[in-house]
Design a protein around this ligand. Structure first.
Ligand code: BES
Ligand code: MN
Ligand code: MN
Length: 458
């Protein structure tokens, strides 16, 4: 690669870090209406950064929710176009007391940048803006590029479908490039080639019309917390299979050959258990941990509440109980269909003594991306250059619903070239991102553009 780009990156290293810090200081929590203005402030900051990096037609595009920041550099209509996607919103930072330093006051400790969003996804998004700047300033940009940076990924990208449909012409590109996933380790590069889909439900179980004295009524009146627990427990059988009729109907069977291929990726169950301080893993029988979190669907309670949870004891038979339940889906399962199956089943298993309300909070489809495409090959070659090792294709368990949406609406495939680590504690207290990873991304992205342009021509 042109040493010129690398010298540019090196010469501006401190500024590349301090600019990221500026973004990390704005609490762009999309889920919290109190931070609506911070989300907007982040969009404005990103707009300025895109402009100074050299992008044209930079615009904050309003949606019914948080805005999309768009910008582009069209060099020549005959060159391939890369659509860069990222999200500048972040997850809520709580529980705050578990952070060792405040979530919106970034600091570097032991080579890691600690802050909410450092990895997911401000840090990874900003690598693209800095890589773009480096290519622009060294006159080495070899593709047309379009940026579409959104502000509500963490709450389900609810308005992005509408935005994409309304901007098909403007978003036209040959490939989508995004960094919002991880590599296996800093010395084991990988490229994500599959993500799970998601159905996220909330349930409300109502027993008696008001809270009751648990002595006076307890024993004769259904306790909605007890009932909810029984209902949830029945959603999986003793082999860890989800007991919702029809749930597995569309699940893709991954061939033995592909499973054997997947098993080549390094994984230590012992280290995994040690890291999480768990005695054993638990899941559907017959699958390894990496399989359970990538090619198999699952169902998890994300939160459950009801009754008295304050100090000390209060004898009460509560009127209501609630839970948030998510299902991670695999390719071919349809989120809407699964949400309906869940609702139907959950209502069916409710005893007469309670009423049940089921709400579908959000959902999205999973995806598998090709490894035989020019774009994948370009990403692979780029990472091989910077990591000195050929990246391994891996499927992972998280969800980025926009990937399936791009494919459906724009007919373009994505390359998931992320640089995070699973141990970066995204969504958790003390989220961090390696300084190594940040600069590895900034160095690798220009190589992707270079190889993608070269290979497209051939
Ligand atoms: N970047 C993550 C998804 C991810 C993380 C993919 C790690 C692969 C490895 C993304 O920001 C995210 O958190 N997505 C949500 C889904 C969304 C609909 C709320 C998720 O997976 O929970
Ligand atoms: Mn993300
Ligand atoms: Mn996330």
């Amino acid at each position: 690669m042109s040493t010129e780009i690398n010298s540019y990156i090196k010469a501006h290293k401190d500024r590349f870090l301090s600019e990221l810090f500026e973004l990390l200081r704005i609490p762009s929590v999309s889920a919290d209406p109190k931070h609506k203005n911070d989300v907007l402030k982040t969009a404005e900051a990103i707009k300025e950064k895109l402009i100074s990096a050299g992008a044209d037609k930079v615009e904050i595009c309003p949606t019914a929710g948080h805005p999309v920041v768009y910008g582009e550099k069209i060099l020549n209509a005959s060159l391939p176009a890369v659509l860069v996607y990222g999200h500048y919103d972040v997850q809520p930072a709580d529980p705050l007391d578990l952070w060792t330093s405040p979530p919106f006051e970034p600091v570097i400790k032991d080579g890691n940048i600690y802050a909410r969003g450092s990895c997911d996804d401000k840090g990874q998004l900003y690598m693209h803006i800095k890589a773009f700047e480096a290519m622009m300033k060294t006159n080495s940009l070899s593709c047309n590029v379009k940026f579409m940076l959104e502000g509500e990924e963490e709450i389900g990208s609810e308005n992005l479908g509408t935005f994409v449909k309304a901007n098909k012409e403007r978003l036209k590109a040959d490939v989508v490039l995004l960094s919002d996933t991880s590599i296996l380790a800093n010395n084991i590069p990988s490229i994500t080639v599959g993500l799970r889909g998601l159905s996220y439900m909330e349930v409300e179980v109502t027993g008696p019309n008001r809270d009751l004295h648990s002595g006076v009524y307890g024993g004769a009146v259904a306790n909605p917390v007890n009932v909810l627990c029984e209902m949830i427990a029945s959603l999986k059988d003793k082999n860890g299979k989800i007991a919702i009729p029809g749930f597995y109907k569309d699940v893709e069977t991954v061939s033995k050959k592909e499973r054997a291929e997947m098993a080549k990726a390094p994984f230590s169950l012992k280290a995994y258990k040690k890291d999480l301080q768990i005695g054993d893993i638990r899941g559907e029988k017959g699958y390894t941990a990496p399989e359970l979190t990538s090619i198999r669907p699952t169902l998890d309670v994300n939160g459950i509440w009801g009754g008295y949870t304050g100090e000390g004891a209060k004898t009460v038979l509560p009127s209501k109980a609630f839970a948030k339940i998510s299902m991670r889906l695999v390719p071919h399962q349809n989120s809407e269909k699964i949400s309906k199956l869940f609702e139907k089943h959950f209502k069916k298993i409710a005893p007469k003594s309670v009423k049940v309300k089921v709400t579908n909070l959000h959902g999205g489809e999973g995806c598998v991306t090709p490894t035989d495409s020019i774009a994948y090959q370009a990403a692979s070659k780029a990472m091989q250059d910077t990591f000195k090792k050929k990246p391994i294709p891996v499927r992972t368990g998280g969800s980025i619903p926009i990937v399936a949406l791009f494919e459906k609406e724009l007919k373009i495939k994505s390359v998931l070239m992320g640089f995070g680590l699973d141990s970066d504690d995204i969504h958790s207290p003390n989220e961090h991102y390696g300084v190594f990873n940040y600069f590895k991304g900034i160095e690798t992205i220009p190589l992707f553009f270079k190889y993608y342009a070269e290979m497209s021509k051939a």
